[in-house]
Design a protein around this ligand. Structure first.
Ligand SMILES: Nc1ncnc2c1ncn2[C@@H]1O[C@H](COP(=O)(O)OP(=O)(O)OP(=O)(O)O)[C@@H](O)[C@H]1O
Ligand SMILES: [Mg+2]
Length: 494
């Protein structure tokens, strides 16, 4: 073995060790080029990778000492050497009289200076996946058959390392995808959504499930507040005990009080026996106070006591009882406004709102519309025995444009209705019956002024692509007026 060969062998061994430990493809390719150039004392170089998407069939992935990436790209494009190596899979060594831009200035130099080029394939068994290209105007003596052999072996080693890095990348992606699937399907079965806004909300949910802190869930009507409240209960450590829910807006004050706190026999006419309230039923479990913004003031004080003292007193009873209840409250009202208006106790607000989870409106997370709609199609088709399999693309883009003041619930209803009425395998735009309000419809009789206003606002919002400022301008109203109305209709609860 000559001195040079021994040196090459040691170098190859060291290089193999070094490059095989790099798992990032770009970093690896940079290292490959740098090592080849320094070992051969080359002035410039680049690595190309076979790329069927590029019309030349390859693209330059790393380069060194070219005046610009474009210059390297042009050199590669015009180089028959590259094409040759990629086609034959054989290394090439040439001494080329120049066509290079750098030498145009002085013809006398061109006469003496010859560009030496060495180019070897990156080969995996029989497949050529790319090539390393090096050139030099000085190293005529250095680029010889020995260095060619060296670089050819180096190319093979590099190809294996590149392949490993690619596999590693794929595994990493696959792993991330699986992780994501596991967390979205197992932790929250039936809860759909991948948008940034929705995952941020779910992330908060994940952080509170294993605690007992009070959670306030806010969001417009139909954004999934109850769904999330149940998920918090079902995934937390109280899952084996009861989940109770009460809608504070649907029940008259007196009844609500006895429902929540229970009563002692004789507490009022009709109280014929002792009765436990929901808070006691939820002992050890979770109580959802839905529409908590509508809880009457008198009951707010009593609820505060439950939260502070962890005890309750049934109506008409002198005795207090210890309870251990996790309270989750939900509202589509802006509680700050309620507090300002004197309708909600600030101290209760702070007790309920240890963590606020705000659920974004559907139109703020349009990325989720296709996944939600697809899921609703599947379940509705199954429930109603329909053969609908998918949503036509025109229909989908219609869904994406709709303002969705009723949020996920509205989407679910629209899709379900369309599935029930459909005949084919694909839902069309017409099936959705989301036609923009026509003038005739607006002119139809029997609408209240409020309904008319709402339809007109929705129509105009549709026309402006949801742009509120332009909508207000078109309707000749102030932006404030529009925002106020939208809020009132559940169009914006923040
Ligand atoms: N991310 C989601 N994935 C799947 N279904 C959802 C999602 N969000 C909401 N839904 C569905 O939409 C409907 C409305 O949700 P939910 O009743 O939880 O909303 P809400 O915010 O409590 O509404 P409201 O304020 O009117 O009480 C339910 O049928 C629920 O299953
Ligand atoms: Mg609800």
């Amino acid at each position: 073995m000559s001195e040079q060969q021994k040196d090459n062998f040691t170098v190859l061994y060291e290089i193999a060790q070094r490059i095989n430990s790099i798992l990032d493809e770009q970093e690896l390719l940079e290292k490959v080029l740098e090592t080849a150039m320094s070992h051969l004392d080359a002035e410039r170089g680049y690595v190309v990778m076979v790329n069927p998407e590029d019309k030349r069939g390859f693209s330059v992935v790393v380069l060194k000492n070219f005046s610009s990436p474009k210059a390297a790209d042009e050199s590669a494009a015009s180089s028959s050497v590259i094409n040759n190596v990629l086609k034959t899979g054989e290394p090439v060594l040439t001494f080329d009289a120049l066509s290079d831009e750098r030498f145009e200035a002085s013809r006398s130099i061109v006469a003496q200076q010859i560009l030496s080029i060495i180019c070897v394939p990156l080969r995996l068994q029989d497949e050529t996946i790319g090539a390393i290209y090096l050139d030099s105007t000085k190293s005529r003596g250095k680029f010889n058959n020995d260095t060619l052999k060296f670089l050819a072996v180096f190319g093979n080693l590099s190809a294996v390392a590149v392949e490993n890095a690619k596999r590693y990348d794929k595994l990493k992606d696959e792993n991330a995808r699986l992780q994501n699937e596991v967390t979205s399907t197992n932790l929250f079965p039936g809860i759909i959504g991948k948008s940034k806004q929705w995952t941020a909300a779910l992330d908060l949910v994940r952080r509170v499930v294993d605690t007992d802190v009070s959670v306030l869930i806010t969001g417009e009507s139909g954004t999934g507040k109850e769904l999330i409240a149940r998920a918090i209960h079902n995934q937390g450590r109280r899952r084996d005990t009861g989940f109770m829910a009460i809608n504070c807006s649907a029940i008259p004050e007196q009844l609500l009080e006895s429902e929540l706190f229970g009563y002692k026999k004789g507490a009022f006419t009709g109280a014929n026996g002792d009765k436990k309230g929901l808070i006691e039923y939820a002992d050890g479990g979770t109580l959802l106070l839905d529409e908590v913004g509508d809880l009457p003031m008198s009951l707010q004080a009593k609820l505060l006591r439950v939260l502070q003292e962890k005890e309750i007193r049934r109506l008409g009873d002198a005795e207090t009882r210890k309870v251990d209840v996790r309270i989750i409250a939900a509202t589509n009202k802006n509680l700050h406004d309620e507090i300002k208006g004197g309708r909600f106790r600030e101290d209760l607000y702070f007790r309920l709102n240890v963590v606020e989870i705000h659920l974004p409106a559907l139109r703020e997370r349009t990325d989720d519309i296709p996944v939600l709609a697809d899921q609703f199609v599947r379940t509705a088709a199954e429930t109603h025995g329909r053969s609908v399999k998918k949503i036509a693309s025109g229909a989908m883009s219609r869904l994406l444009r709709h303002p969705w003041y009723g949020n996920v619930r509205e989407l679910q209803n629209v899709v379900e209705r369309a599935v029930v009425l459909s005949r084919g395998e694909e839902l069309s735009e017409e099936d959705l019956k989301l036609e923009q309000y026509s003038e005739e419809e607006l002119a139809q009789t029997g609408l209240t002024l409020e309904e008319f206003e709402r339809k007109l606002v929705e129509k105009t919002l549709n026309e402006t692509g949801g742009n509120r400022t332009r909508t207000a301008e078109k309707l000749g109203v102030s932006l404030r007026w529009l925002q106020y109305r939208l809020k009132e209709w559940g169009g914006d609860s923040r």
